[in-house]
Design a protein around this ligand. Structure first.
Ligand code: FAD
Length: 276
């Protein structure tokens, strides 16, 4: 299977049991020969050490690992130390983000936007890292306008990013329209769709409220109809997300990045359904 076909995102577990669950998921997903596994970074650096531990644990298995780094509320010294530690550990890829301020946090730090973080990484470490940034086919909730958000992605690319991973979406047309807008703005880098499997409507609705990703009305109503019948909801979710992945692939998505929530089963089903 093409090793550029997939990448998988984890969050850093808080407990030994959580780490064991993540390792099981990683072992199952490694069978799909992913380009890399990424590990999120808690708001304001709250998971800094756990992100690093998780990334190094993946790397020790001989797998490519990419830490996320968010810059809001961090100082240049803190980010510099993190970059040096990752570089010394042989990490070659980063996902560079602004992040969201944790509630109650007041310090804004030395960076306002992800483009400033990307420029800082390039200034500090040259071309050592492949830098991924975030993109928003349904637009970032704080963006002044769709055009301003596309220009922000361009700014991140011009600052030195190599490729982008999108927020999740269930409307393939939003992605294709966004890709056209990016091309018109002179963005030629790969923009990989982020795929959120459907496990649970309450959790999905909560995520979507925060990040501005739309659950289309038809999909929400169908998911709500399943009530407590989780097995049927998951089977339906697998069909919906398989169709989405197939459409994205057929029409040229460079790869698929799965938000795993540290679970492998549903994703293995989806990938198993996709034609080679
Ligand atoms: P930016 O690119 O800085 O954009 C933020 C907002 O500011 C946008 O509305 C943009 O249009 C606007 N903007 C940017 N520059 C300017 C400017 N110069 N003037 C005016 N407006 C501007 N969060 C975490 O905390 N940890 C993670 O690990 C994490 N991983 C993620 C992975 C992916 C693939 C994605 C899509 C998101 C992830 N996030 C993560 C969430 C992300 O941190 C939030 O969406 C955050 O609100 C924006 O981050 P950004 O890097 O896109 O910010």
């Amino acid at each position: 299977m093409n090793s550029n076909a997939y990448s998988f995102e984890f969050f850093p577990p808080k407990t030994a049991e959580g780490m064991a669950t993540l390792r099981d998921a990683r072992a199952e997903l490694a069978k799909f020969n992913p380009e890399f596994f990424s590990v999120t970074f808690g708001a304001g650096g709250s998971t800094r050490d756990r992100t690093m531990e998780t990334v190094l644990d993946i790397q020790q298995q001989g797998l490519a690992a990419a830490p996320h780094i968010s810059c809001i509320s961090s100082s240049k010294e803190e980010i510099r130390a993190l970059l040096q530690a990752y570089q010394a550990s042989g990490i070659k890829r980063l996902v560079a983000l602004r992040g969201d301020l944790p509630s109650g946090e007041v310090s804004a730090g030395d960076f306002r936007y992800a483009s400033e973080l990307v420029a800082f990484i390039r200034a500090e470490t040259g071309q050592h890292f492949h830098i991924e940034v975030a993109a928003y086919p349904e637009f970032h909730p704080e963006a002044k306008s769709p055009a301003a958000d596309v220009l922000n992605l361009k700014r991140k690319m011009d600052a030195g990013a190599n490729s982008a991973i999108t927020q999740y979406f269930y409307n393939a047309d939003a992605y294709f329209h966004f890709i056209d807008q990016c091309a018109a703005a002179g963005i030629n880098a790969p923009i990989v769709p982020g795929i959120m499997p459907i496990y649970n409507i309450t959790q999905l609705a909560r995520f979507s409220n925060v990040c501005g990703a739309e659950i289309p009305r038809w999909l929400r109503l169908r998911l709500e109809e399943y009530g407590d019948d989780m097995a049927s909801l998951r089977a339906f979710g697998i069909d919906v997300v398989t169709d989405l992945c197939e459409t994205l692939r057929v029409f040229g998505a460079p790869s698929l990045h799965f938000y795993t929530l540290n679970r492998a089963g549903v994703i293995a089903n989806i990938i198993g359904n996709l034609p080679d």
